[in-house]
Ligand binder design. Structure first.
Ligand code: UTP
Length: 292
C-alpha cells in the first residue's frame, strides 16, 4: 500500500472546444450546463467523493468563469440571504466549498498531453489522477476508487477502459490488453485507430491515475495525431518501463464531448433527477409520441 493517500487531481479545461462553437468562444466547454450544474462540477464532485481534495485546473481562455464558479460570490449570496432563499444559498456556496482548488494556465492549447505536463510542478513525485470534463460518471457507479486501489496494488499507472461498439473505437484511445475481468494489464495504447487497426474494442475514457514518470515521458513526446501532444502517446511510451493497468468500467457514463452526445447526456440526467425528472419524462414521452 502507498504511504501517503492519493489526493491530487488534475482537471484539464484548456481545450478549444471547437465542436461547441460559438458557445465555447469565450467560455470553456467544461462550463456548459448539464441540467443546472456546469459539467465540470459533476467531475469535481466525483473527485471529492474518491478522496481527491487537491484539484488543479489547467485553464485557457474563460479562466474567469471557472474561477468564479468555484469561489464565493458575495453579492449573490447576500441577495439570496436577504430573500431568505436558503436552498439556493446552499447551492451557490457548495461549489466554493468542495475542494482546495488551484489554477495554472496552458499558454497554448498544444494537446491534452501538454496540458497534463503543465501540472508537473504542482503534482511533484506522487501518483495523481486526471479527470476530463467530457465524461460524466454516474455517482452510483464507482470508477475512480477502484482505479486508485488498482494503482496502490500494482504501482505504475491505471487507465479507465470501456467496451464500445467497433465502429466507435476510432473516436477514442484504444487499449491492447492481457487478461479478462475488471482489472486488466495494458500492453499497448493507440490514439484514435482506424477500425481495422484497433487492437480491441476497449476505449480509454476520461479518468486516469498516473505515475509521476509520465511527466518525463511527456517532455519527450512529439506532437502526434492532429499535431497535438497526446497523453495516449506518452502512456504508450511508459508501458516499456512501468506497469500499466486498465479498470474496465461497466457502469453508466454520460459523454458530453459533442453536441449530440451532450444533448443525450442532458436528457438522461434530467430524467434521473427527482425534482424535475417525472414531469420532464411525461413531457418527453408526449413529445416523442407526437414526432413518430
Ligand atoms: P478534446 O480532445 O475534447 O479537445 O480535449 P477540445 O479542444 O476540448 O474540444 P474540441 O475537440 O475542439 O471540440 C480533451 C480534454 O483535454 C483538454 C480539454 O479541455 C478537454 O478536457 N485539453 C485539450 C486541454 O486542456 N488542452 C489542450 O491543449 C487540449
Amino acid at each position: 500500500m502507498r504511504s501517503r493517500p492519493l489526493t491530487k487531481a488534475v482537471v484539464p479545461a484548456a481545450g478549444l472546444g471547437t465542436r461547441f462553437l460559438p458557445a465555447t468562444k469565450a467560455s470553456p466547454k467544461e462550463m456548459l450546463p448539464v441540467v443546472d450544474k456546469p459539467a465540470i462540477q459533476y467531475v469535481v464532485e466525483e473527485a471529492v467523493r474518491a478522496g481527491l481534495t487537491d484539484l488543479l485546473f489547467i485553464t485557457g481562455r474563460g479562466k474567469r468563469t471557472l474561477e468564479d464558479h468555484f469561489d464565493r460570490m458575495w453579492e449573490l449570496e447576500s441577495a439570496l440571504e436577504a430573500k431568505g432563499d436558503d436552498k439556493r444559498l446552499a447551492m451557490v456556496r457548495e461549489s466554493a466549498d468542495l475542494a482546495d482548488v488551484h489554477y495554472i494556465r496552458q499558454g497554448e492549447p498544444l494537446g491534452l498531453g501538454h496540458a497534463v505536463l503543465c501540472a508537473a510542478a504542482h503534482v511533484g513525485d506522487q501518483p495523481f489522477a486526471v479527470l476530463l470534463g467530457d465524461d460524466l460518471i454516474d455517482e452510483r457507479d464507482p470508477l475512480l476508487t477502484p482505479m486508485i486501489e488498482a494503482q496502490a496494488e500494482h504501482g505504475g499507472s491505471v487507465v479507465a477502459l470501456m467496451e464500445v461498439p467497433p465502429e466507435q473505437v476510432s473516436l477514442y484511445g484504444c487499449a491492447a490488453v492481457d487478461g479478462t475481468g475488471d482489472v486488466v494489464r495494458v500492453t499497448g495504447l493507440v490514439e484514435k485507430p482506424e477500425p481495422d487497426e484497433a487492437p480491441s474494442n476497449l476505449a480509454v475514457i476520461g479518468r486516469y491515475v498516473l505515475s509521476p514518470s509520465v511527466f518525463e515521458e511527456l517532455r519527450h513526446t512529439k506532437p502526434g495525431r492532429g499535431g497535438e501532444i497526446q497523453l495516449t502517446d506518452a502512456l504508450q511510451g511508459l508501458i516499456a518501463t512501468e506497469p500499466m493497468h486498465g479498470v474496465v468500467f461497466r457502469g453508466r457514463r454520460y459523454d458530453t464531448g459533442d453536441r449530440s452526445d451532450y444533448l443525450k447526456a442532458v436528457v438522461q440526467l434530467a430524467v434521473e433527477r427527482p425534482d424535475i425528472g417525472p414531469e420532464f419524462l411525461t413531457w418527453l414521452t408526449t413529445f416523442v409520441g407526437s414526432r413518430t
